[in-house]
Ligand binder design. Structure first.
Ligand SMILES: Cc1cc2nc3c(=O)[nH]c(=O)nc-3n(C[C@H](O)[C@H](O)[C@H](O)COP(=O)(O)OP(=O)(O)OC[C@H]3O[C@@H](n4cnc5c(N)ncnc54)[C@H](O)[C@@H]3O)c2cc1C
Ligand code: FES
Length: 505
């Protein structure tokens, strides 16, 4: 992950600024020496923090203050103004705090002080052993939060992947494009797990759950006891039932190994076919274009992403990709994959040395289902993310939870939601009884255009557009019966945060 070089713009906060120039609930970007610092006001109190988000280096001064928190404009991480703690993902590391002195109508920022993280759960329940099945977004965020809350019992994190938890969204974006160094990809360096006494077991597949005995059964027959269990098994790419799907140049993308295999193939490929015009498919298309490969996208829909983002953004995304040289074959599907070509239903063929199928994912529910845990197109959880089995929680792509905004039970496949659910599940495994109330959020990046989406709209009867989509300056509000369900924006980051805050109620 990147931390952008700190910018030392704005006033010298060490020399002091007049208090009244900072309105209640607003912030000022400045610096102390070479350090970029953010000065925020809430009522009569002033807080100073590092100005750069610990996720990807977003400029926090362009974000939003909500209560005693500051929200990052890029991917909505939420930090405590008082302690600097990264309260809600995707940032996981705290911001440095600075001491502040108010005198003679001026406020001076003095020294950087270490973050003093408050324990949010006074362990009312003290499980001895927590088992986490899954080494992805939700599983990792849960383990990290358990230790952040000073949980001292055993944490066993079981993953059938061969890589420690990685920044999965990067695998279709900068990393695949060749623009991200290796060190951005692990969520934490390998030493973290030993330091935090987290028993991370890779290439370890869980074969069954014995919820009566409170044990998980590994594929080699070993049994592991738990007091609390988190199911965070995520999702797996759908594999099309097509002749040739098993050929070596045909790939799906979920893991770091998948990504590396695509990169290796891309080194010699001149032309690629991407099956599917979804987020992952189109992000892959953009990244392969960045590598100079000719890209053809084949998809059954008439307009990319219309079902999720609507007609206007769908047309925009298609134009954007065409401007970058992507060739679309819409309203069409592949009927067979051969060593050097893809056959289409429309009768045509495309020569290609690389095929990437991005045609959706399927939640990995088999373990929960076989154990008799309640399932409804996902693992059913309550507002505390508890499943129907005692002591068993679920989070991430597999979990279907009661969404307070829509009143419906929903399941989404978003990175930030998975991490935040992992965090809430961790707190609740320690007895916090915290409701999961986060408004769903995701982002997607196509070339230099980020799309930020907040809320959840499976259908709508109106899209109210503010601004201009083609000029990349817009906010689209998805409504049903006049009620706002979701909003998508391009380069309206602060407004997107305001919509999120309003939806939180
Ligand atoms: C390439 C790519 C790009 C993405 N980009 C974005 C984006 O830009 N924005 C966004 O919001 N979302 C994005 N997503 C989606 C996001 O990554 C997922 O929503 C998120 O990873 C879900 O987290 P999870 O913890 O539920 O599952 P995962 O992160 O998939 O983790 C599941 C873990 O469970 C393990 N596992 C499963 N079954 C077993 C078993 N039986 N035994 C042991 N281990 C098991 C797996 O090995 C894995 O470690 C992207 C996804 C991909 C693949
Ligand atoms: S850069 Fe701040 S949340 Fe991603």
């Amino acid at each position: 992950m990147s931390d952008a070089a700190p910018e030392t713009t704005g006033p010298d906060l060490g020399a002091g600024v007049v208090m009244d120039t900072i309105a209640d609930g607003s912030m000022l970007a400045g610096h102390v020496g070479e350090q970029a610092v953010l000065l925020a006001r809430r009522g009569s109190e002033f807080f100073a923090l590092d100005a750069t988000c610990t996720h990807y280096g977003g400029p926090l001064a362009e974000g939003l203050i909500v209560g005693e928190t500051v929200r990052c404009p890029w991917h909505h991480a939420c930090f405590s103004l008082r302690t600097g703690e990264a309260l809600h993902a995707p940032a996981l590391s705290a911001l440095g705090c600075w001491s502040v002195e108010a005198r003679d109508g001026k406020v001076f920022v003095r020294n950087r002080v270490p973050a003093a993280l408050a324990v949010r759960v006074r362990a009312r329940e003290s499980p001895r052993s927590v088992v986490i099945i899954g080494g992805g977004a939700a599983g990792f965020a849960a383990a990290e939060m358990l230790r952040r809350q000073r949980f001292e019992g055993d944490i066993h994190m079981l993953s059938d992947d061969d890589a420690p938890p990685v920044d999965r969204p990067n695998l279709s974006k900068d990393y695949l494009a060749g623009n991200a160094p290796e060190e951005w990809i692990p969520l934490r360096p390998e030493a973290f797990y030993a330091e935090q006494n987290i028993d991370l077991r890779l290439k370890t597949s869980v074969a069954a759950l014995d919820v009566a005995a409170r044990e998980v059964v590994l594929s080699d027959g070993t049994r592991l006891k738990y007091d609390r269990l988190l199911l965070a098994t995520g999702a797996e790419p759908v594999r099309l039932p097509l002749p040739g799907m098993d050929l070596p140049h045909v790939h799906t993308l979920r893991t770091l190994a998948d990504c590396r295999a695509i990169i290796a193939r891309a080194a010699t490929a001149k032309r690629a076919v991407v099956l599917g015009a979804s987020f992952i498919g189109l992000e892959v298309a953009a990244s392969l274009r960045a590598r100079g490969i000719e890209v053809h996208v084949v998809a059954p829909e008439k307009r990319p992403m219309e079902r999720i983002l609507g007609r206007e953004l769908g047309d925009f995304i298609r134009d954007l990709h065409e401007q970058h040289g992507v060739v679309f074959h819409l309203d069409d599907t592949a009927t067979a994959l051969e060593a050097t070509r893809v056959k289409l239903k429309s009768g045509g063929t495309i020569e290609a040395e690389l095929v990437v199928a991005g045609v959706g994912v399927r939640p990995r529910l088999a373990l929960a289902q076989a154990a008799g845990i309640a399932i409804d197109r996902g693992v059913t959880v309550d507002e505390y993310l508890q499943t129907s089995a005692p002591g068993v929680f679920a989070a991430g792509d597999i979990a279907r939870w009661p969404d307070p905004l829509s009143g419906a039970s929903i399941r989404v496949e978003h990175w930030v939601v998975a991490e935040r659910q992992g965090q809430t599940a961790a707190l609740n495994m320690l007895g916090a009884r915290e409701r999961f109330r986060a408004v769903p959020f995701f982002w997607s990046q196509h070339y230099d255009v980020p799309i930020n989406y907040v809320g959840h709209a499976e259908s709508w009867d109106e899209i109210a557009i503010d601004g201009d989509v083609a000029s990349r300056d817009c906010m689209l509000r998805y409504k049903r019966g006049g009620k706002l369900l979701a909003a998508a924006s391009i380069y309206r980051d602060r407004e997107n945060l305001e919509v999120e805050a309003a939806m939180e109620g």
